[in-house]
Structures are given as structure tokens and as C-alpha cells.
Design a protein around this ligand. Structure first.
Ligand SMILES: NC(=O)c1ccc[n+]([C@@H]2O[C@H](COP(=O)([O-])OP(=O)(O)OC[C@H]3O[C@@H](n4cnc5c(N)ncnc54)[C@H](OP(=O)(O)O)[C@@H]3O)[C@@H](O)[C@H]2O)c1
Length: 341
């Protein structure tokens, strides 16, 4: 039996426990017959059986992997740091922490022969980071463009059907897709964090979300969709990394009907990637939500367990802070940029 701990038993943390329980047979098969067991849950709330101190977890020699699904910088940073220093691998869904401290934490993992993985931090359940790191590790990736925020995509999809921004946002909040304070989503910062992580992995230099040219969707109107439709286009919030221009940008884009991202609707995410050998790849799936995101965390847990005592190179440990170019100004006669692919 292999024991793990979950730090933060909210939406994603409780999802990890559910994935482990429901897919135990599949997990056992992939782990060569070993079962996976959630030995500890740490949460600030009073949850039956949960612990409140990290020491109990990191002092238990049975624990080889923890899932950090708390979110935010602190205490997630401190707890991750403490675990990695003890040689305990950490699997995180926390894009904020990966953006702010991912390089440092990855280096700590490497020097302590364990791993820091964060598949769930970008694209929820879509296996994007591992694919870029492994299956596409030998590719020269020239461009990536992604619908990386399901809340914004849900709002924009409803606006395409005639709703105004405020009522589309209200509906997203009622359905639990948008936070009560939706600023991080609708102003594009969540997308910026995610595209910055992908751009860092691909470019080999650390790009922080603060460096990303970022425009959200609050200025998009239902009328813009009518105008876009007249030209066979839709409007999508995209995070775009262009390796040739060395730019990283988040902005609403006109997307032509013949581009695959045109049909990525509702809460779904879609990411296109161009490699010099494989050419175009398209990833599509649920970029958020309890079980899809938890599934990505569990995939990291399994990879860590298969590599106990070793460091998995996550592509982050050696990154130096890098500069990028400012995105070119958009045509002043046009309200939106057009996706060029
Ligand atoms: N939800 C998604 O669809 C999704 C998708 C991809 C990535 N993520 C990322 O996954 C992370 C978790 O998201 P979530 O939606 O699961 O959040 P959540 O539901 O708020 O869960 C976080 C849990 O951690 C607990 N917590 C917070 N501070 C703590 C502390 N100091 N000590 C112990 N427990 C603490 C919270 O308790 P309280 O409720 O009392 O604060 C809550 O139970 C975030 O980084 C998020 O960006 C989420």
C-alpha cells in the first residue's frame, strides 16, 4: 500500500480522494499491484479525521507524495518547501504558486531526489504539461494558442448567443463556474498565469504572469459577436505564446470559423500547438472542475510513485528569469486582434 496526503480538502482535494477511491483498480494496475491510500487530509476547516499541522504528515516516513490543492501562496509555499526538503514529492494544482515559486521549488525537489509536478495547474484535466514535456520534448514548438479559462469561455459563448456581458457573468456565477469575485478570470490574469507557465516550459526561460500583455473580456459586447459573425469569426479569450516574436499575450481574439478553437465552447478549454515536426496539435477538454482537475493531480501522483527516490525533470528547475518582447500594437481600426495560425 502506498500512502499519500492531501493538503487542502476543497473542490480539487476532495476530488483527488474520490478519484483514488473510484479508480483504485485502474491505479493498482498501473502501480504494479500496489494500492493507493489517502492517509492524511490537512485542512483549516474541522473535517472529521483531518489533521491541521503539516509536521504530522512530513514526519511520517510512510508518506512519499503529497497533493497540494490548497491554492494561494501561503501556507502552500511553506508546506511544499517542507515536504520537498524531506524528500516527499509534491503534486500541485496551484498555478499561482507554480508561477511565483515553481522554479525554486523544482530545484529543491531535484536536490532532495523527489519531484514537484503541476499538471493540474494548466488546462485542468487536459494532459498538456506532460505532453509538452515528454511527447513533444524533442519538438521545436513555435506557437501555442489556448482557451485556458472556462469561465471566460462560458461567458463569451453565451454572449455569442445574444446575452450581454453582465447577464452572461451572472449565469456563470449561478452555475458555479465563476467566483463571486470574478476579476482574476474576466480580466485575463488566470489565463496569463497559465500561458506564462506553458511559455516558460517551451522557451526554457522563466516568464512570470506579470510580464504577459494582458487584456480581459470586460469590453467585449454582444454586438461585437454580431459584427464578428458577419466576417465568419467568433471572439475567444486566448493566451498566445509566439516563439519567433518572443511574445506572450492574453487578449480577446477574432477566431476564424476554419480554426479548431472556433468550436471550443462553454466551459471547455482548447489549446493548439505548432511543432516543427508534428505540425498542429489540438487539445480539448475540461480545463477545470473537481474530477477532471483531480484526475490530473492523480496522474502526477502515479508518476511520482513510479519514480520514488528519483527526481522527475519537470523542465522548471533550471529556468532563469527571462525577458520577452512586448506584443505588437493591434491595428487601431480594429477592436480585436485576429488569431493568425
Ligand atoms: N476548482 C477548479 O476547478 C480548479 C481547477 C484547476 C486548478 N485549481 C486550483 O486548485 C487549487 C485549489 O482550488 P479549489 O477550487 O479546490 O479551492 P477550494 O475549494 O477553496 O479548496 C482549498 C481548500 O484548502 C483549504 N485551505 C485554505 N487555506 C488553508 C490552510 N491555511 N490550511 C489548511 N487548509 C487550507 C480551504 O479551506 P477554506 O475553504 O476554509 O478556505 C479549502 O478546503 C487552487 O490553486 C486552484 O487555482 C482549481
Amino acid at each position: 500500500m502506498i500512502n499519500i496526503a492531501i493538503l487542502g480538502f476543497g473542490t480539487i482535494g476532495s476530488g483527488v480522494a474520490e478519484v483514488v477511491e473510484k479508480n483504485q483498480a485502474e491505479i493498482q494496475k498501473i502501480l504494479g499491484g500496489e494500492t493507493l491510500h489517502v492517509k492524511y487530509i490537512l485542512d483549516i476547516r474541522d473535517i472529521p479525521g483531518a489533521v491541521k499541522d503539516i509536521e504530522t504528515i512530513i514526519n511520517d516516513p510512510d508518506i512519499k507524495v503529497v497533493c497540494e490543492t490548497m491554492g494561494g501562496k501561503e501556507p502552500a509555499y511553506t508546506y511544499t518547501h517542507l515536504a520537498l526538503e524531506r524528500g516527499i514529492s509534491v503534486c500541485s494544482s496551484n498555478k499561482e504558486l507554480v508561477d511565483a515559486h515553481g522554479v525554486e521549488l523544482s530545484a529543491i525537489a531535484r536536490s532532495h531526489h523527489c519531484s514537484y509536478l503541476f499538471e493540474a495547474s494548466v488546462g485542468g484535466g487536459i494532459p498538456l504539461i506532460r505532453t509538452i514535456r515528454e511527447a513533444c520534448g524533442h519538438e521545436k514548438i513555435s506557437k501555442i494558442a489556448g482557451i485556458l479559462n472556462g469561465t471566460c469561455n462560458y461567458i463569451l459563448t453565451n454572449m455569442k448567443d445574444g446575452k450581454d456581458f453582465d447577464s452572461a457573468l451572472k449565469e456563470a456565477q449561478e452555475k458555479g463556474y465563476a467566483e463571486r469575485n470574478p476579476a482574476a478570470d474576466v480580466e485575463g490574469h488566470d489565463t496569463a498565469r497559465k500561458i506564462a507557465i506553458l511559455a516558460s516550459l517551451i522557451s526554457g526561460k522563466k516568464i512570470s504572469y506579470e510580464q504577459v500583455d494582458c487584456e480581459g473580456i470586460t469590453n467585449v459586447t454582444a454586438e461585437d459577436f454580431v459584427n464578428a459573425d458577419a466576417y465568419g469569426m467568433s471572439i475567444k479569450l486566448l493566451g498566445v505564446y509566439d516563439a519567433g516574436a518572443d511574445t506572450v499575450l492574453v487578449a480577446p481574439h477574432l477566431v476564424p470559423k476554419d480554426n479548431a478553437l472556433y468550436n471550443v465552447n462553454g466551459v471547455f478549454n482548447g489549446v493548439m500547438l505548432k511543432g516543427n515536426m508534428v505540425n498542429d496539435l489540438l487539445f480539448y477538454g475540461r480545463g477545470a472542475g473537481k474530477l477532471p482537475t483531480a484526475s490530473a493531480v492523480v496522474s502526477d501522483v502515479i508518476e511520482c510513485i513510479k519514480n520514488i527516490g528519483k527526481n522527475i525533470d519537470n523542465g522548471f528547475a533550471d529556468l532563469e528569469p527571462g525577458t520577452i518582447n512586448r506584443a505588437p500594437e493591434k491595428n487601431p481600426e480594429q477592436k480585436f486582434r485576429t488569431l493568425s495560425w
